[in-house]
Design a protein around this ligand. Structure first.
Ligand code: AMP
Length: 413
């Protein structure tokens, strides 16, 4: 082992702003952090309090027993094969968004779900749409998600829910073989799940025609807008048939996001649910960086402590993540990395080995990791500060899931 003994220093008190914002590169200045749109934080000059934003004890949460659904899955007017698949997946009672979305979507209503990952929103739209297509196989569903991983997760869930129902699907994402996707699309699958870049590519090559899709889901629209896909999304909407069922999911509704909404839904039902916005069941603390040279050593000291069994580490840039990957790998850690420069196949393989506990540590950039659903992450470590407080909440929300307590540690320079 590299260094066994040194404990990380945990700062429980606010420290002066210079620790936080004084770096000459200005990359992590408090001003930048707090002024960005989307930051939840009140005001923009909270230097001393900034560190407090990252320090909080977990509150005991009584899993999700607090919500009593009005329906159970058997109450919904859905075909028995689908009910069976839901039961086989181990879902016993609907989550709040499922409870309130499945009925209206089954009735054919347009829908706005203000919900983030972890609410069960995927099943909230998949269950009624699967039921619809099972009964009328002439229709198609297009699901647009911001990241490849999210699209992959939706496909995984779709496959589980459509087991033995003879419904076909295709995944249309960047970083994967285009020719195979072209032949998949030409087979006219019932469901297409895709990310904006590759979908647009196939539309422009006349492979994919959106007027065939009378059912459309825009998932995680806030992230789509953050990444810069807003024009693609507007382009897709302009090509959809006028008569359609439109479902829209976003954690937030900024003016830009509303712009997308205006031309998308008609007389929608809106449901707002919130989970983990306050990250209540996550112990949050900071680690003071002693010097830039020692930062990796400090991380190393943490990673060899008891309990750091499944650790997700965030870096800000692809390059930084890559470098840290090499460093930790050479120190003998079982570690993988996902970021935009990795091929999709590689990203999926690494994610899978992290999910299955074959590697202890996953390194990621924000975009690659958004929306990931990985069970039992013990620690999230912000090796680099996130850009916004929203990003912070998204990052740390990868731990402390499903009623478990998690730990988030943020390196402060
Ligand atoms: P989502 O917000 O759709 O990404 O779902 C978050 C996680 O909750 C996923 O692991 C789902 O498989 C799980 N999940 C969704 N709905 C239910 C349910 N009704 N009961 C149990 N687990 C669920």
């Amino acid at each position: 082992m590299y260094q066994q003994s040194r404990n990380f220093r945990s700062y429980k008190k606010p420290v002066h702003g210079s620790h936080f914002g004084g770096r000459s590169s200005g990359r992590f200045t408090a001003g930048r952090f707090s002024n960005r749109p989307g930051s939840n934080r009140p005001g923009s000059r909270l230097l001393g309090q900034d560190i407090n934003m990252f320090i909080k004890s977990a509150v005991e949460v009584s899993s999700d027993e607090s919500y009593t659904p009005h329906n159970n899955f058997n109450d919904f007017n859905i075909v028995p094969a689908l009910k069976q698949n839901i039961a086989d997946k181990g879902y016993i009672k609907p989550t709040p968004i499922q409870d309130q979305a499945i009925g209206p979507i089954l009735e054919g209503r347009d829908f706005i779900g203000l919900a983030n990952t972890g609410t069960g929103k995927t099943a909230a739209f998949l269950i009624p749409l699967i039921n619809k297509i099972y009964k009328d196989r002439t229709q198609g569903v297009l699901i647009i998600a911001p990241t490849r991983e999210l699209a992959g997760q939706i496909l995984e869930e779709l496959r589980a829910f459509t087991k033995d129902m003879k419904l076909s699907s295709a995944l249309i994402i960047g970083g994967a073989n285009m020719n195979r996707q072209i032949s998949d699309v030409r087979r006219n699958p019932h469901f297409i799940i895709g990310t904006p870049g590759r979908l647009r590519d196939l539309i422009e090559r006349d492979v994919l025609a959106l007027d065939n899709f009378s059912n459309i889901v825009l998932d995680e629209v806030d992230l789509m807008v953050d990444i810069g896909f807003i024009n693609d999304v507007k382009y897709f909407i302009s090509m959809l048939p006028k008569v359609r069922q439109s479902l829209f999911f976003s954690a937030t509704l900024s003016p830009k996001i509303r712009e997308v909404l205006n031309n998308f839904v008609t007389d929608p039902v809106t449901v707002s649910v919130k989970v983990q916005d306050t990250a209540e069941n996550i112990n949050q603390d900071v680690v003071k960086v002693e010097s830039r040279e020692k930062k990796v050593d400090q991380l190393h000291d943490l990673l060899i402590k008891d309990g750091f069994d499944k650790v997700l580490i965030f870096g800000r840039t692809k390059h930084g993540v890559e470098k840290l990957h090499r460093d930790l790998d050479s120190r003998g850690f079982k570690v993988g990395a996902i970021h935009g420069n990795k091929t999709q196949g590689h990203r999926q393989r690494v994610l899978q080995s992290f999910k299955q506990n074959e590697i202890q540590i996953l390194l990621a950039t924000d975009v690659a990791s958004r929306g990931l659903d990985i069970p039992n992450v013990t620690h999230v470590i912000n090796f680099d500060l996130p850009e916004t407080y929203d990003d912070y909440i998204h990052r740390i929300g990868r731990t402390g899931r499903a009623g478990k307590t998690g730990t988030a540690l943020t390196f402060i320079e």
